[in-house]
Unconditional design. Structure first.
Length: 309
């Protein structure tokens, strides 16, 4: 039976081949004749910027150096921490354009990777009494967006809002009295101690561009470190925040269309108010509104310089 099917297949292919062979080859050649003289009419130019633009076209490399003050906390924990200071390095790309067709309004976008050290060793402070010392290393990705006003040909003031995804490793040093007895709060801190933990943060601030290659920055950042990473709850919380920010962006766009020069200030106030509110709720539940543990929080005030190349 298989040989009969095989034979029928061969006969069918032979008939099809014969029918193609009997076509008017002159007509076929005319139809497919390539007109090389018309090649200039074809647009062979490939626009790599349009097809592979990941947000970095027309961007400028930038380096940011920050110094700051920090405060550690965890809700419902009675332990006191030595307040650390911080040093931070960012490497990324800055894109600036005119905003909403106004030459004296600026649209600002800064994407970067960063590494930071927050430690009481930087501040030179030592534990007093039952205070807990800490040394944290943090690395991650940051995106900052904002609007501002041009002050001159190469100067401007930028009002921005942003967020980070990061991983932190904290090393706690406890007073001896806490090591003698079992302490539930110390056991909770041990879940973070000397382990890399996932976290996020919200940031808002002001940048003053003094000259084309130098910007002064001042910002406030609320960082949370998760006791453990529950992906689906975190994703649900992040989607809710992203949707709220997206709706707010639409509202801000309408303000820019009706009152362009009020736009940067309104955007700065509303977007940072939303970010602060979300992170206040996450102080209680790290994956708000879903049931979850309280995170370790860092409140940071940072000042620095950004060099743009």
């Amino acid at each position: 039976m298989k040989s009969i099917y095989y034979l029928l297949t061969i006969i069918f292919l032979a008939i099809q081949t014969q029918s193609f062979a009997q076509e008017d080859t002159t007509k076929t050649n005319d139809e497919w004749k390539w007109r090389w003289e018309d090649e200039d009419k074809w647009d062979w130019k490939w626009n790599w910027d349009d097809d592979f633009d990941f947000g970095f076209s027309k961007s400028r490399p930038a380096i940011t150096l920050n110094y700051g003050l920090a405060q550690i906390d965890r809700k419902n924990m009675n332990k006191n921490f030595v307040k650390p200071n911080l040093l931070e390095l960012k490497l990324g790309y800055i894109k600036e354009n005119s905003a909403f067709g106004k030459d004296n309004l600026v649209s600002y976008n800064y994407r970067n990777v960063f590494v930071a050290n927050e430690s009481n060793k930087i501040s030179g402070k030592e534990a007093n009494g039952t205070e807990i010392e800490s040394d944290m290393w943090r690395l991650g990705f940051e995106r900052i967006r904002g609007y501002g006003y041009k002050l001159g040909e190469s100067s401007s003031i930028i009002l921005f809002n942003g967020y980070t995804l990061n991983w932190s490793r904290v090393d706690f040093k406890y007073p001896e009295i806490f090591t003698l007895n079992v302490d539930p709060e110390i056991e909770t801190l041990n879940l973070y101690d000397e382990n890399f933990r996932f976290g996020t943060s919200g940031v808002g601030g002001v940048g003053v561009k003094v000259i084309d290659n130098l910007m002064l920055n001042a910002s406030y950042e609320r960082s949370i470190i998760f006791q453990r990473h529950l992906f689906w709850k975190w994703a649900g919380s992040a989607i809710i925040e992203s949707a709220a920010q997206g709706l707010l962006d639409k509202f801000v766009d309408e303000i820019f269309e009706s009152s362009p020069y009020a736009g940067p200030i309104v955007s700065f106030v509303l977007k940072n108010a939303l970010t602060y509110g979300v992170y206040e709720l996450r102080k209680d539940k790290m994956n708000w509104p879903f049931k979850s543990e309280s995170p370790l929080t860092y409140d940071q005030f940072k000042f620095g310089l950004t060099f743009v190349f």
